[in-house]
Design a protein around this ligand. Sequence first.
Ligand code: ATP
Length: 305
Amino acid sequence: MIRAEELTKRYGDRTVVQDLSFTVRPGTVTGFLGPNGAGKSTTLRMLLGLDAPTRGRSTVAGRAYATHPAPLTQVGALLEARSLHPGRSAFHHLMALAHTHGIPRARVEHVLGLTGLTDVAGRRVKGFSLGMGQRLGIAAALLGDPATVVLDEPVNGLDPDGVLWIRTLLKSLAAEGRTVLVSSHLMSEMALTADHLIVIGKGRLLADTTVSALVREAGGASVRVVTPEADRLRALLPTAPHPDAQITVEGPDTLRITGLDAAAIGHTAAAHGVPLHELTPQTASLEQAFMDLTHDSLEYQGAAA
Ligand SMILES: Nc1ncnc2c1ncn2[C@@H]1O[C@H](COP(=O)(O)OP(=O)(O)OP(=O)(O)O)[C@@H](O)[C@H]1O
């Protein structure tokens, strides 16, 4: 469990994090979301004892990070600024970290396997691609088998395979009962990865909620359906057991459906032989909810189009 209590950080006369209080619970992925410059990295640095708060306090597993006798075994962290010795191999980088905590070689080999780096473990880090570097950072974060994992923008710059890999890894870490806090400025990514969301803007808490609650508040996720038999599908859809379900006709062959998921719609169509040309879950409303939430606290605004 991570707990922040009225965390505040000032640089000169600028307050970049203000009175931030939240709790991150085990067993779920919590997304830490905010536009660029919102104060996410500063907050994570304070949680990890790398920056001193001007006011307030934070604890990980009940005590301040810096007071844990073997922090790697409590909290694994990947921060944006990586400090890697370029001439070291991935294996030696991890072994050097492992030595500081008496972690055995077998665990180093295990995390290399977990992050898909076994084949390149002997290569010098300076030749690593961005994605390989991220994987190595995650391997280091997992080295001590920590109950809490904190990752700052782990998908930044990764290709779709890498993004999918991180998403799956985070979910499995949470499923093992760990506390997982992951920052991002992309709602679309967090909607697919996180169960819980802490949203900040200009250093202040804007929302502490679940993804599904936010979807509901945003008017619900919808599914766009294109079929030459739109009228027949409308009549067949099982709306009765779902009082929230709504079907809007968007065109002669296009329906927008809320309150029923794509699977239910697809099954109904298949069971009655209705051909579907498109069956697309829409998350635009969630993106819009994030923009509405953070609009007044954007640090950098483009000129209005
Ligand atoms: N050492 C520092 N001295 C002065 N200002 C700082 C310092 N570190 C961060 N800031 C400022 O604090 C604000 C928050 O920065 P931070 O990096 O925490 O935001 P962020 O939400 O992580 O942003 P991004 O998504 O762009 O990484 C920014 O305006 C930044 O310029």
